[in-house]
Design a binder for this molecule. Structure first.
Ligand SMILES: [Zn+2]
Length: 81
């Protein structure tokens, strides 16, 4: 499935994995699980072009507050220390 087997950054081995991504848009946050190539050496993540597009779409929706269809899984808090 992965088109890249070597990390472009360090040349390490890249494996296909499910990774958790956190996206921010405006004051909204979304958590996603996506497939990505992950370098075993430096942790660099490589995404398929369609995954990148999907992530950008979600980011744009967050920014425009078009969160219809997104499931609420918690609340975000800002804490002053
Ligand atoms: Zn690497």
């Amino acid at each position: 499935m992965s088109c890249v087997e070597k990390c472009p950054r360090c040349g390490g081995q890249v494996v296909e994995k499910e990774v958790k991504e956190v996206l921010y848009g405006g004051s909204n946050t979304a958590f996603l699980t996506v497939m990505a190539g992950v370098c075993l050496h430096c942790g660099e993540r490589l995404y398929a072009p369609k995954t990148v597009r999907r992530l950008e779409e979600v980011e744009a929706k967050l920014e425009n507050r078009e969160t219809t269809g997104f499931r609420t899984v918690g609340r975000s808090f800002q804490v002053a220390l």
